[in-house]
Ligand binder design. Sequence first.
Ligand code: ATP
Ligand code: MG
Ligand code: MG
Length: 376
Amino acid sequence: GSTVGILGGGQLGRMLALAGSALGYRFVTLDPTPDAPCGQVARQITAAYDDREAARELAGQADVITYEFENVDAGVADMLMRESYVPQGSRLLYTTQHRLREKRAVEAAGARVAPYTEIGSERELREAAARFGLPCVLKTATGGYDGKGQFVIRSEEEIPEAYRLLSRAGTELVLEQFIRFEKELSVIAARSPRGETSVFPPAENIHVDNILHLSIVPARIGGDVRREAERLALRIAEGLGVIGLIAVEMFLTADGELFVNELAPRPHNSGHYTMEACRTSQFEQHVRAICNLPLGDTSLLTPVVMVNVLGEHVEPLLARMARPDETAAKLGVAPKVHLYGKREAKSKRKMGHINVLAPDVDAALKWIAETTIWKV
Ligand code: ATP
Ligand code: MG
Ligand code: MG
């Protein structure tokens, strides 16, 4: 069997390795934290992500290399390409590492994004904010996640502070018009080297404090919106020449328009629902795509709500798991727990998730509301 190397050993790498092991692949991961979530289920090389020698060792042990985050150092990416096989290529990383390049690529693929402009000075920010109107959102072009690296500007007085805080990151800045969305959706598409594509059912996502809280599937949207969201994700997969997965985050407005927010060229938190709720999980599909196996069937088997387990939820969850779950029995739901094996349950840290399989999404939402783990 072949060995797959994963740059990054977090939960995404772990779930990739678990899914790929079932297909007979072996896994090796590179991560700076000893005993990382992926390292517990695969061989681990413990070193910094930008350590060239360690990356060379990874390349030496792997027949195929992938990554679980997009901020891969360009030098390391080049080296891995020379010394091993990186089917996703460096172009996809180059595009999705940088919000401006990503937005241009999304537009070139024929999808809409919120009006945006590059910002090089406080004066430019002032002028652009006047053009877009308030509120608007200032973001660092690189490195942001979970809402870090962005500032929602709600009044003119906040402009100097927003500029000062974000320009400290030392990357380009992007200003976006604020989209008054009705829902946030995400769609994960896959494409393989033989050009086969597939798309998973759209998820309706609810964030709390900028961190994903729930993914609801089927999303509570009409058939036209669903088809359009799937079409956009497939167009982006084709347009960017994606190999592997591409997760497409979108805003849906009241008049039924879809704007693409951002992309991720990897498994995505909003796709964890696929693990039990689809015939093929996003992790299996990614392994299939990068290994050029035929893609799997993405059909939905059951309604599902995925709820994230953060550090503060671990103790109440473990207490809940130790007792019979009468609420689940009453509602006819099956909560499938996934924990990532992280030792320190720090507040806001992603420790696991639960896929609540249910006869309909309302029953799953009711279980989440009646379980005293999430206090929102
Ligand atoms: P992620 O953890 O998803 O990578 P991120 O830090 O890269 O997050 P974004 O996804 O760009 O940030 O934005 C985080 C959230 O902020 C979005 O999910 C959305 O709720 C809100 N948001 C971002 N941009 C806009 C916008 N232009 N208009 C309205 N809301 C926005
Ligand atoms: Mg992001
Ligand atoms: Mg996002």
